[in-house]
Design a protein around this ligand. Structure first.
Ligand code: MF3
Ligand code: CO
Length: 255
């Protein structure tokens, strides 16, 4: 089956994921009030190049649109696929989602995190904690013999304990030589439904959770997804390998 990777492919994906994780960590470490999102994106470009990798976002095509930046930077009501801009300065209290996808020796590593700029509003802290924890919980279901719906349902079940909105328009995905491979991994669904998980699958699991409504609007740039009520959104993502035992999280930084 196509979504099962060979040992050689897995080794390449592992290396791509290690780079993606280290780049993301470095961006998290430098992001601060007063920086423009353009500057942060350019740092992402530089870090990716330092590892001999390339951005899988840059020039990524979707329909008629070509993604112009090197990372996805989504601030406050922006959910995913925000584009770094010279006119957007990171401000006190911002909710900053950073998504790094690299290609290295032909394979993809994909991960994202949301960070808060001081002063931190309690509701934003609760939002990012819940989103991160929903990912960590869902990851434990990425086991051979489970189904995609077990991962999806874990996110939904976790988030239902809070009054937050789950984004339904965007989903996690398999990764391999391209960024979006089968299976799709929604952040909601029924236990026991969907594709069977097998050793050798590499999955990007990525809850996108909103303070208010889960409903989405698209900006005119053709990329940036924002919350319909313009309240804040958070996004955490890991790429994980399904094994015959415990899942292996591939996007843990080792700086
Ligand atoms: N992690 C995002 C995703 O899986 C990255 C998208 S890159 C972009 O959709 F180029 F499409 F923006
Ligand atoms: Co992804």
């Amino acid at each position: 089956m196509k979504s099962i990777r060979s040992d050689e492919e897995i080794q390449s994906i592992r290396e791509a994921c290690q780079i993606a994780a280290n780049v993301l960590q470095r961006l998290v470490d430098v992001v601060e009030e007063g920086m423009t999102t353009y500057d942060l994106d350019q740092l992402g470009r530089k870090y990716i190049e330092e590892y001999g990798a390339e951005s899988a976002c840059h020039n990524y095509r979707s329909g008629n649109h070509i993604f112009p930046a090197f990372t996805c930077l989504s601030i406050n009501e922006e959910i995913v696929h925000g584009i770094g801009r010279l006119q957007r300065t990171i401000q006190a209290g911002d909710v900053v989602s950073i998504d790094v996808v690299v290609r290295y020796r032909g394979f993809i590593g994909d991960n994202a995190r949301t960070v808060l700029i001081a002063p931190i509003a309690d509701e934003n802290q609760m939002l990012i904690d819940a989103t991160r924890e929903s990912l960590n919980y869902a990851l434990t279901f990425a086991r051979a013999g489970n189904r995609v719906g077990d991962i999806s349902n874990a996110v939904e079940r976790f988030i239902k304990r809070h009054n937050f909105g789950i984004v339904r328009e965007f989903v996690g995905h398999g990764v391999g030589a391209t960024m979006h491979e089968a299976p799709q991994i929604p952040n909601f669904g029924r236990r026991g439904s969907g594709a069977l998980l097998k050793p050798g699958m590499c999955l990007a699991i990525e809850p996108m959770i909103n303070l208010g409504t889960g409903k989405v609007d698209m900006l005119d740039d053709g990329w940036t997804a924002v919350t319909r009520d313009r309240k804040a959104s958070a996004h955490f993502e890991h790429t994980v390998l399904v094994t015959s035992g415990d899942p292996e999280i591939l996007t843990i930084p080792n700086l």
